[in-house]
Design a binder for this molecule. Structure first.
Ligand SMILES: [Mg+2]
Length: 335
């Protein structure tokens, strides 16, 4: 089992808690999905989630521009609302920061966060600040979704088609540029952007939820192999995906030589690379026709289908079948 998932289940066992998909008073979805869903009555349900972004773990103070740190810390959190089909609305920011970074660094950090807030239509409604030895950011986000329409991870059924948005592995390629100290080269700036300034598919997520097109949905934050595994566990199903159909980042020839050390091919980046924040969702065959009206339809790709049994199979370009092991990002795993 994923080490991070093990830690989460230990925490939930130790505390009074409500797990996903067990209704409890006004709670519709608890721990184990992208966000919790509260249904206080009335036409609107609330999606609630929180996310930590830490110096030395999620970003490097010497490498990552402060406006990207600000932008990304809000976008990462909001992605879990989009993953439920909710519309992001409000957020709380807890910021722990060294006194030495309250000048220029903080100004750029806030400018980046403001850019993300404006593009998502979100407002700050509270938070906390404290002095600390290094930067640590915690963002709590609140979104709304029409009552009963939130899309969870648990609705996928055998025969449903599996879709992803955009090209996968783009953020991983950007990260490789950073790790290989190539991020300052002007010719690679466009390839760096998906890592520094990921774009969410908020309109698509809302549309899929409002029109009840998808049967299950989540965001791809830790990598397709890991996140598809989680969706299948939640839905108690398996999956079969075709490598040839997985939309993947293109690595320019000039760059693949420079990245020799990382040894990752574009299909490996697409299958296991994290931080893309696109959507992964399933659609029953009878609703596939309606998907053509989806916002950004041309950017959607069917990569395979949900199966009975619990196995996740990758069909190679040569037709060979192998189990797809979860090799995405794991905070507590050894990579
Ligand atoms: Mg998520």
């Amino acid at each position: 089992m994923h080490k991070e998932d093990q830690l989460v289940s230990r925490i939930t066992r130790a505390l009074p808690s409500v797990s996903a998909h067990h209704h409890f008073q006004s709670l519709r979805v608890g721990i184990g999905d992208d966000a919790a869903i509260l249904s206080p009555g009335g036409p609107t349900d609330w999606a609630l989630s929180t996310d930590a972004f830490l110096e030395g773990v999620h970003f490097l103070a010497t490498v990552h521009p402060p406006d990207s740190v600000g932008y990304k810390s809000l976008v990462r959190a909001a992605s879990d609302l989009v993953a439920m089909g909710a519309t992001p609305r409000d957020f709380l920011l807890t910021l722990a920061i060294p006194a030495s970074q309250t000048g220029t660094w903080l100004r750029h950090f806030l400018a980046g966060m403001a850019q993300a807030a404006r593009s998502l239509g979100m407002r700050l409604i509270g938070g906390d600040t404290t002095k600390s030895g290094s930067v640590s950011i915690s963002v709590t986000v609140l979104g709304e979704v029409p009552r009963g329409h939130a899309l969870t991870r648990c609705g996928a059924r055998p025969g449903d088609l599996i879709y992803v948005t955009g090209k996968l592995g783009r953020a991983q390629l950007g990260l490789e540029l950073v790790l290989n100290k190539l991020s300052r080269r002007p010719q690679f700036q466009n390839l760096l952007r998906p890592h520094l300034y990921p774009q969410l598919r908020a309109r698509l997520g809302e549309w899929l939820a409002r029109n009840r097109i998808a049967s299950a949905m989540m965001d791809v934050s830790d990598g397709l192999s890991t996140d598809l595994g989680r969706l299948c566990v939640a839905s108690k199903v398996g999956a079969r995906i075709e490598a040839a159909r997985v939309p993947r980042v293109a690595i320019p020839a000039t760059l693949s030589r420079a990245l020799k050390k990382s040894k990752q091919s574009s299909i490996e980046m697409a299958l296991h690379g994290g931080d893309d924040y696109g959507l992964l969702f399933t659609v029953p065959p009878r609703r596939v026709n309606r998907l053509r009206r989806a916002p950004g339809f041309s950017d959607l790709t069917a990569i395979g289908e949900i199966t009975r049994g619990r196995r996740i199979i990758l069909v190679g370009v040569d037709g060979s079948e192998s189990p797809l092991k979860p090799k995405g990002w794991d905070s507590f795993g050894q990579k």
